[in-house]
Design a protein. Structure first.
Lengths: 305, 276
């Protein structure tokens, strides 16, 4: 008995060591497919984007690549179209993020109750989210039709004359903003709704006894309890907004008068229509830096409060 | 009394907003089922949202002009392959990061989370360069392979697997079953919800693919539905009824999928928010 007791722990450590080694092997084999794919199709392109930024070449003639140092960046920071696109991207983001998050929160509050038809409302608010952006964009070109569109008909009914919407440099971006809020608010609503359902009910009951009205409850219970959810929603909405591409590509092609040209659209056009792969990569790098800067400033902004 | 009045008010407000939200989509479906001149005749009245003179002519005419069925099967084909192979590749990676011990694990996890922030738009150019160098342009490989591994899916899987108790897994390794088999026979059956969630998130996101297919498909043979409807939209003569028919047709598969997997889709959206 004594002898086996001495031997057993020893053999256990041996098999444990073997098991550990085996586990390590299994671990590597399990992460290999994903990491290889990510290396080749995400990390390598990312590194290449930075290097291409210092070169000049046609995407289809990579053999004629030329190193030109910071030339692309010099051009970029003197390119008025770049500034216009940057402005448009920031404008879209600055309007869409607060509006969409507020609409989403209001929708979530409207259905965070025991109404019998709650699920119907929820599906109605969410239905544009599952519809693809291509479908939505084409549909809204028809709705925004300056002569025979549904929206102008509705406006006529209210006594307002026909509006040009996408055909006007002053209205096109706002029209895209309106549509984008309608399309995506349901997504953020779902996140808010889950957050709302996590707030303990007794907080409300206690404050109701103290005589707090609905608005006071919203201000002092709901919003503070949702703080982390709000940070998250603002972050993902912002990152989504900065990438604006499909809507202007399909609806306006960046026009009229470049009023809807965004950074993503500029990258695409420089790279694939004008085939300036180096220049487009430089814009991509600036775009990436912008996304990182924005994400960090959101973090900072909310941390300070 | 006041409770009832609040409810009535809430219902009225909800109904009005819900109507506003579904009007565009309702108009799309209703118009796809109406003769062209009826669409315009009804435009200025509530009739534009009510199906009158129902007809499937728009669908028949549109399908005669473009191979919608081909586009649909193309999309179903490549999006299914991305989503299903993505389940395998990302789940085993997420499992290793959650439950196995090996050197470099923390670094791998950190890198994967950091990569979440890289926007697709900023790697578009070099990704095309790589795919072109591999001679994949105009093949399914270009549409599928770069998108199988997905940092967000790996992260979702890892979060889910973290919550599986270790005792269940240890009993398996003592039995001497190989790791892959124990993963398939013990972990997978316990993880139905996360697989469903990742699948539908991936499927819906790739169903909307637009920018990438423009670049890597040149002919009609590999065109996906989104490119198909966009091409049709720019193809004269323009008939609203037919365009709305193609839009409605493109949305149907997603609606069906959503109805079946609604719970998991919503869970995917919300759990990322609460945990992330």
């Amino acid at each position: 008995m004594e002898a086996t007791r001495v031997v057993q722990p020893k053999s256990e450590t041996v098999s444990l060591g073997r098991q550990k080694r085996r586990e390590r092997l299994v671990g590597y084999s399990f992460i290999t497919p994903a990491t290889l794919l990510l290396l080749l199709f995400l990390i390598l392109p990312f590194v290449l984007a930075i290097s291409f930024g210092f070169t000049k070449f046609n995407l289809l003639r990579p053999d004629k690549i030329q190193f030109i140092g910071l030339e692309n960046y010099k051009t970029l920071f003197q390119d008025s179209l770049f500034y216009k696109s940057l402005w448009n991207t920031l404008y879209f983001t600055a309007i869409v993020v607060p509006v969409q998050c507020t609409v989403a929160l209001i929708l979530a509050l409207l259905i965070n109750n025991k109404l019998k038809l709650r699920n119907i409302y929820r599906i109605a608010y969410f239905s544009p989210v599952v519809t693809s952006m291509t479908v939505i964009s084409i549909l809204w070109i028809s709705l925004y039709n300056p002569n025979e569109g549904l929206i102008n008909s509705a406006l006529n009914f209210l006594g307002i004359s026909n509006q040009p919407f996408l055909r006007s440099a002053s209205q096109a971006m706002n029209s895209i903003i309106f549509m984008s809020v309608w399309q995506a608010a349901g997504y953020q609503m779902m996140i808010f709704l889950a957050g709302l359902q996590g707030i303990p009910k007794d907080l409300y009951e206690a404050s109701a006894i103290d005589g707090a009205n609905k608005f006071k409850q919203l201000r002092y219970i709901t919003i503070p309890s949702l703080y982390n959810v709000i940070v998250f929603v603002v972050t993902i909405t912002t990152i989504q907004a900065v990438k604006l591409f499909i809507q202007p590509y399909i609806m306006t092609n960046g026009g009229p008068e470049n009023s809807t040209r965004t950074l993503a659209l500029l990258i695409y056009q420089q790279g694939f229509q004008f085939r300036n792969a180096g220049y487009a990569s430089a814009i991509s790098v600036v775009f990436f830096v912008l996304v990182v800067l924005i994400s960090f400033s959101i973090k900072r902004f909310f941390k300070d409060r | 009394m006041s409770f009832k009045r609040t409810n009535l008010l809430l219902n009225i407000v909800n109904m009005l907003i819900a109507l506003l939200f579904i009007t565009p989509l309702l108009w799309m479906v209703v118009s796809s089922l109406k003769p062209e001149n009826q669409i315009f005749a009804d435009l200025s009245s509530i009739k534009s949202l009510i199906p009158i003179n129902l007809t499937f002519d728009n669908y028949i005419d549109a399908f005669n002009r473009i191979p919608m069925m081909k586009y649909l099967s193309n999309s179903l084909f490549y999006v299914s392959i991305i989503s299903i192979s993505g389940l395998v590749v990302n789940s085993i990676c997420g499992y290793a990061l959650a439950k196995l011990e090996f050197k470099g694990k923390d670094v791998t996890l950190t890198v994967i989370i950091a990569l979440l922030i890289v926007p697709f738009e900023s790697i578009l150019m070099p990704l095309y360069f790589i795919v072109n160098s591999l001679h994949w342009v105009d093949t399914w490989l270009a549409m599928i392979v770069p998108f199988v591994a997905n940092c967000f899916s790996i992260f979702m899987f890892r979060q889910f697997f973290m919550d599986i108790p270790n005792e269940i897994l240890e009993s398996a390794s003592i039995d001497g079953s190989t790791a892959m088999r124990s993963f398939a026979s013990i972990v997978v059956p316990l993880s139905g919800p996360v697989f469903a969630t990742v699948f539908i998130l991936d499927f819906i996101s790739h169903w909307g693919d637009f920018m990438w297919p423009i670049l890597v498909t040149t002919g009609e043979s590999m065109r996906n539905v989104q490119l198909g409807i966009q091409t049709f939209f720019t193809l004269p003569p323009i008939y609203y009824g037919q365009i709305m028919a193609t839009l409605t047709f493109t949305t149907i598969p997603i609606i069906i999928l959503f109805l079946f997997l609604q719970k998991y889709y919503v869970q995917g959206i919300t759990s990322s928010g609460i945990k992330g």
